[in-house]
Ligand binder design. Structure first.
Ligand SMILES: Nc1ncnc2c1ncn2[C@@H]1O[C@H](COP(=O)(O)OP(=O)(O)OP(=O)(O)O)[C@@H](O)[C@H]1O
Ligand SMILES: [Mg+2]
Length: 305
């Protein structure tokens, strides 16, 4: 049976001893959706992903994955999931091809089917010419692509990707985006964590922003931008020590050590209003409001650890 909400969690908690890594979150991922989990380092993204992947039982709350109970039916669920963990976890003793075929055996694919599927996936991730190479001869980006390929060996209905593109160069990142989009077109449900806001903005239908184990924002990228940022942002630089009155211009002003950000609906108009006031900044840059603005607004600009 195919569920309409393959992932449904309510008041999920994950504790490690006294420490609470995930502090009561609700998640509902719809079938065929590309769902993102964003958050600063230590926010609880990977802890959440491991619960969804049925390898780490929730401390409290309820979780259903593919309409089953991860604790009781973990094995049956995992057979239908694809998992790309944050750490590469490849077998250094084996070749690229063997890493996939060995993994395929867990899903009871015949030797022949495993090999066929592995070659197909290596091709999909543009690693076919590396099939016979050992893992230690691969670059970091190639390893990452191999872990993604391996996650797809059982033709999963739901794929969990924990920072799949960290460390990839722009070319490889675009390849991965295109491949993930193709999976979505085939009806696969995808859950992604990433630190790249452009990636989340491009790929995700909906996302949550986590901070300190809680969800601090959720919605479609465009909705989040409308709600927490603005249509346009004017980045202004002023000569050191100058004080400038920006009251009444734009919706919100944020003063950073190196720049002043003016959140507004229309950047050109805001700059016009500045000039009318006789303000001449040393630098002006107008851009669209972005998910990065939302992220920094919701989670703060300070480093936590
Ligand atoms: N097995 C564990 N034992 C103890 N603490 C843990 C364990 N796993 C995670 N934590 C802690 O839980 C918190 C959340 O970790 P988690 O790995 O989920 O964060 P994250 O959002 O994935 O961060 P990153 O962006 O750095 O990957 C961190 O403070 C981490 O130190
Ligand atoms: Mg993580």
């Amino acid at each position: 049976m195919i569920s309409d909400t393959p992932i449904a969690g309510t008041a999920l908690v994950k504790r490690f001893g006294e420490f609470t890594a995930v502090n009561g979150i609700d998640l509902a991922v719809r079938r065929g959706e590309f769902f993102g989990i964003l958050g600063p380092n230590g926010a609880g993204k990977s802890s959440t992903m491991r619960m969804l992947g049925c390898v780490s039982p929730p401390t409290a709350g309820t979780l259903r994955v593919l309409d089953m109970d991860p604790v009781r039916d973990g094995h049956r669920i995992r057979a239908r999931l694809g998992v790309c963990p944050q750490a590469d976890s490849l077998d250094a003793e084996l070749t690229v091809l063997e890493n996939i075929t060995t993994y395929a055996r867990y899903f009871r694919l015949s030797r022949r089917a495993a090999r066929e599927r592995a070659l197909e996936l290596l091709d999909f991730m543009q690693l076919a010419d590396r099939a016979g190479n050992h893992i230690n001869t691969l670059s970091g980006g190639m390893k990452r692509r191999l872990v993604i390929a391996r996650a797809l060996v059982n033709q999963p209905e739901v794929v969990l990707l924990d920072e799949p593109t960290t460390g990839l160069d722009p070319q490889a990142r675009h390849l991965v985006w295109e491949r993930l989009f193709r999976l979505k077109e085939q009806g696969v449900t995808l859950v992604l964590t990433t630190h790249y806001m452009d990636e989340a903005e491009q790929l995700c239908d909906r996302l949550v922003v986590m901070d300190g184990g809680k969800i601090v924002g959720d919605g479609a990228p465009g909705d989040l931008i409308r709600r927490h940022a603005s249509q346009e942002v004017v980045e202004l630089r002023f000569a050191a020590g100058s004080t400038v009155d920006l009251d009444g211009i734009g919706d919100r002003v944020e003063r950073l050590p190196d720049r002043t950000l003016l959140y507004c609906a229309d950047g050109e108009k805001a700059v016009g209003a500045l000039h009318d006031r006789g303000v001449t900044p040393a630098g002006v840059y107008i851009r669209r409001g972005s998910l990065e603005d939302v992220f920094l607004r919701l989670t703060g600009r300070q480093l936590i650890d």
